[in-house]
Design a protein around this ligand. Structure first.
Ligand SMILES: Cc1cc2nc3c(=O)[nH]c(=O)nc-3n(C[C@H](O)[C@H](O)[C@H](O)COP(=O)(O)O)c2cc1C
Length: 169
């Protein structure tokens, strides 16, 4: 009798990682250097999250997402207006979501931290990080390694919700 053992399927591990993610949308606005867009698309490529460029379109129905990640650059101390508007327009529904924020910016160290704290306070999103090319080491894709840490944190949080004793490394 011939027995067939199943071979590992390429990409299967990635797929199972995606299945551990809560349904997530990345809503961002980006300027001409497209730094924020690049990071939003990278997060999506690693997690299966859907991305929306708020300068062009918005999700038809926020109810289908458990987690919303906002992304913005900063010009003259101000985050981008389409993100600001979306948050103001959807404040009530966002109260029932896990909401995170990432900022791409040129300030690092204390200045970067203070700027991030100010914007996260203004928008009422305490779960906020900033990514900065000057400060960060880059991964093989040319993305700050802190973005990979951020992604890892998304998965860890889900495992904690399930009371599983590990997170994907
Ligand atoms: C005109 C201008 C003003 C900027 N002002 C700030 C600022 O106040 N604080 C900061 O940290 N970065 C500032 N930056 C840097 C951008 O926020 C940063 O490069 C960001 O990643 C740009 O994202 P984007 O390419 O998606 O627009 C500024 C950049 C430009 C071009």
């Amino acid at each position: 009798m011939i027995t067939y053992t199943s071979l590992p399927i390429a990409g299967a591990e990635k797929q199972s990682e995606r299945e551990t993610m809560p349904k997530t949308a990345v809503l961002y606005a980006s300027g001409f250097t497209k730094n924020t867009q690049r990071i939003a698309e990278y997060i999506s490529s690693k997690t299966g999250a859907e991305t929306f460029d708020l300068k062009k379109n918005t999700p038809a129905d926020l109810d289908q997402y458990d987690t919303i990640i906002f992304g913005t650059g900063v010009h003259a101390g101000k985050p981008y207006a389409p993100v600001q508007k979306f948050i103001s327009d959807n404040r009530e529904i966002l109260k029932n979501k896990k909401v995170k924020l990432f900022i791409t910016c040129m300030y690092n160290d204390e200045k970067g931290k203070n700027q991030c704290a100010r914007i996260s306070g203004m928008w009422g999103i305490p779960d906020a990080v900033f990514f900065n090319k000057k400060e960060d080491r880059m991964n093989a894709d040319g993305i700050p390694v802190s973005v990979d840490e951020f992604i890892k944190g998304l998965r860890c949080r889900f495992f904690r919700l399930l009371s599983l004793p590990r997170c994907i490394s």
